[in-house]
Design a protein around this ligand. Structure first.
Ligand SMILES: Cc1ncc(COP(=O)(O)O)c(C=O)c1O
Length: 452
């Protein structure tokens, strides 16, 4: 089926763009040693998990359902596995198996056992949850199949405009503040988890790490290299710069003699220190202006300095700009302000972030109101007066039957949609690299009814 023939409404995942994003993330993994996980809360079209599994280290879940989905579906396809097996012959199974991570503010007693069985990492949001479930997770830790972490609150807000997306806002329930953390890591805990970013570039991540490193220093192992962040990062920049750019960065570095040498084991270094640091999501790594080299430098620095694993768990970055919501104009209604296009999609049902963030989604072949010949308000066929997607202008007059294509609709869209007003859920399609479109999933009346 051609893209133009997909019945609407449909979310269409763009395989080519998805792969381009994954290539960038793979490069970050390979150059920095970061372990990168798909945050399923942003994107969980599991039909594409075998593709994503070829590029990333695993997934992270917000609870038992996402964890189960990853457990069942996040595997490299048999065909890809055959190729990879050749490359990975030297690695053991544990190193090649995708990792399944989970964080939830509180785990329920009737779910924790399964969660601990299917996950490789579990992150608790409080010391009370850690202790409440200790008997369950401790068993798995002793069997060597589970690693346990604590989510800390770095108390650094990087999100100015949307408090709803700021885990460090005053009164936040997310993560343990430094003053509430004990002096030493609780027995069995191997990692710290930080998440305070939302759609951000590199700099807020750097600020966050430096604050965490300073304030939570007691949980980090003794440094293996000198505490010379600026020089180190700068070196990494140079290493990753294209040759033509290098003259701008001709700075002298003093070679450190102690760098990379392993200190003698002491009671302190063999004590309870973190083995991994998870820097959460919100990194817009696949956006054009993201400073990928700086990220590679920072992750390399953390790994080399402390000898720990560094995890990143972006959601948006995986499928950024890699999907569309295709819709059809059903009617054009004249109003006292401007004509309104009634579409077979809805902001409230199919793109809830448009109302929640709020934001105006990009729309193909359109401009801001008034910039082109015909300006319309785009709305839906629900009863909600405020179910408005935004105001747009077009070169051509719009009429019933015309198709419109909203961009950047693979993330936080089908994972959040709903059937308010009995609205049908859009189908989910995959646009293959050769231009052929495949419908992965359609929904009908029974999907609406069986949720009630
Ligand atoms: C704990 C955690 N990890 C990862 C993510 C993914 O963030 P994003 O999709 O913005 O990269 C989120 C988003 O809310 C989160 O809360």
């Amino acid at each position: 089926m051609r893209f133009e023939d997909i019945p609407t409404p449909s979310y269409v995942i763009d395989e080519k763009k998805l792969k381009e994003n994954l290539e960038i993330l793979k490069e970050v993994r390979e150059k920095s040693g970061a372990k990168i996980l798909l945050a399923q809360k942003a994107y969980s079209a599991y039909q594409t998990y075998p593709l994503i599994a070829e590029y990333l280290d695993g997934t992270t879940a917000s609870g038992i359902y996402e964890a189960r989905l990853a457990h069942e579906e996040f595997k490299v396809s048999t065909k890809a596995r055959l190729v990879q097996d050749e490359i990975k012959k030297t690695l053991d199974d544990k190193q090649t198996k995708p990792e399944n991570h989970v964080f939830e503010p509180a785990f329920k007693d009737d779910e924790i056992k399964e969660v601990c069985n299917i996950c490789d990492h579990i992150v608790f949001n409080s010391l009370s949850q850690l202790e409440h479930h200790r008997s369950v997770w401790e068993k798995k830790v002793s069997e060597g199949t589970l690693s346990v972490g604590l989510r800390i609150n770095p108390e650094i807000s990087t999100e100015d405009s949307h408090e709803i997306y700021d885990p460090c806002a005053p009164g936040s329930r997310l993560g343990i503040r430094n003053e509430d953390m004990p002096d030493v890591l609780p027995d069995g805990v191997e990692g710290l988890h930080v998440h305070n970013l939302c759609e951000q570039g590199f700099e807020p991540l750097e600020d966050t790490f430096l604050k965490v490193e300073r304030e939570f220093a007691r949980f980090f192992p003794s440094p293996l290299i000198p505490d010379d962040y600026d020089t180190y990062i700068f070196k990494e920049f140079e290493r990753n710069l294209r040759v033509s750019d290098k003259e701008d960065y001709n700075v002298e570095y003093g070679e450190s003699e102690t760098a990379q040498t392993q200190p003698e084991a002491t009671p302190e270094t063999s004590g309870r220190k973190i083995k991994w640091l998870n820097l959460g999501g919100g990194h817009h790594i696949t956006r054009d202006d993201y400073d990928v080299d700086a990220l590679i430098g920072l992750v390399s620095y953390i790994r080399d300095k402390y000898g720990i694993d560094v995890y990143l768990e972006p959601g948006e970055a995986i499928a950024l700009d890699a999907g569309y919501l295709v819709t059809t104009v059903l009617d054009v209604v004249e109003t006292d302000r401007m004509p309104v296009l009634i579409l077979d999609t809805s902001a409230a049902c199919h793109m809830p972030d448009v109302l929640e963030m709020p934001y105006r989604p990009p729309l193909r072949d359109s401009e801001q109101p008034g910039e082109m010949n015909y300006t319309y308000r785009l709305s839906s066929r629900t009863c909600l007066a405020g179910d408005i997607i935004g105001d747009y202008s077009f070169n051509d007059e719009k009429k019933p039957g015309d198709r419109l294509v909203f961009e950047d609709m693979a993330i936080y869209s089908f994972v959040k949609n709903n059937t308010f007003n009995g609205m049908a859920l859009p189908s989910i399609s995959l646009l293959h690299e050769d231009g052929e479109a495949e419908i992965l999933r359609t929904f009908n009346y029974y999907d609406f009814k069986t949720r009630l």
